[in-house]
Ligand binder design. Structure first.
Ligand SMILES: NC(=O)c1ccc[n+]([C@@H]2O[C@H](COP(=O)([O-])OP(=O)(O)OC[C@H]3O[C@@H](n4cnc5c(N)ncnc54)[C@H](OP(=O)(O)O)[C@@H]3O)[C@@H](O)[C@H]2O)c1
Length: 169
């Protein structure tokens, strides 16, 4: 089973954040929808899922396997709750998925990276520059540098550039 970390980065390398005043670019959102549909699932942190869902259900993603990672939440309508990144992967493997899309947020992405559970990175670089923000960090305790292999690079429109990398496990 292949694990893909999908994230939007800013032009100055931050892990992009979104809000009603600073919505994600349509091209990045469309790409997320296409990648999630192709995988048939996505794994998301509890905080990001609450932001996506607002006060309603999973909306356009209702036919996908949505897995919410949380240490505390119990039932979440329209999603399966698991307690750890590894549990998310076991659940989707047992359901027969070939690919898993890890859709964020920062805490979840960094947990998967730190635990060495990522095979591929998809970064959509958007044309904004942020101030103080969030980062993707493969190790929150120590400096280390892990080379990755560039697989593809293409514009998605609207100034968004997609970079795709393979990671060695
Ligand atoms: N750039 C992008 O592609 C992208 C994508 C998505 C979101 N975002 C941004 O990311 C931000 C939200 O990210 P976030 O880091 O605050 O939250 P998050 O990663 O969405 O969710 C964090 C929650 O996930 C659970 N969690 C995290 N690590 C865990 C682990 N190892 N085991 C079990 N549960 C774990 C915990 O839930 P409990 O507290 O319930 O235990 C934690 O509070 C927002 O600013 C959003 O705009 C960016």
């Amino acid at each position: 089973m292949k694990t893909i970390l999908w994230a939007t980065l800013t032009a100055n390398g931050n892990y992009a954040q979104s809000s009603p005043e600073n919505p994600p670019k349509k091209e990045a959102l469309d790409d997320f929808a296409a990648q999630a549909k192709a995988a048939g699932n996505f794994v998301v942190g509890r905080r990001t899922f609450e932001g996506m869902r607002g006060s309603g259900g999973p909306g356009p993603f209702a036919d996908l396997d949505i897995v919410v990672v949380s240490k505390h939440a119990s039932d979440i309508q329209g999603a399966t709750v698991v307690r750890s990144p590894k549990e998310a992967l076991s659940y989707l493997q047992q359901k027969g998925h070939q690919t898993v899309l890890i859709s964020g947020g920062a805490d979840i992405h960094n947990s998967f990276l730190e635990q060495g559970l990522v095979d591929e990175l998809i970064f959509n670089v958007t044309p904004v520059v942020e101030g103080k923000g969030l980062n993707l960090i493969a190790d929150r305790e120590n400096y280390r540098c892990q080379p990755v292999q560039l697989l593809d690079c293409k514009p998605l429109g609207g100034g968004v550039v997609q970079l795709r990398y393979a990671m060695e496990r």
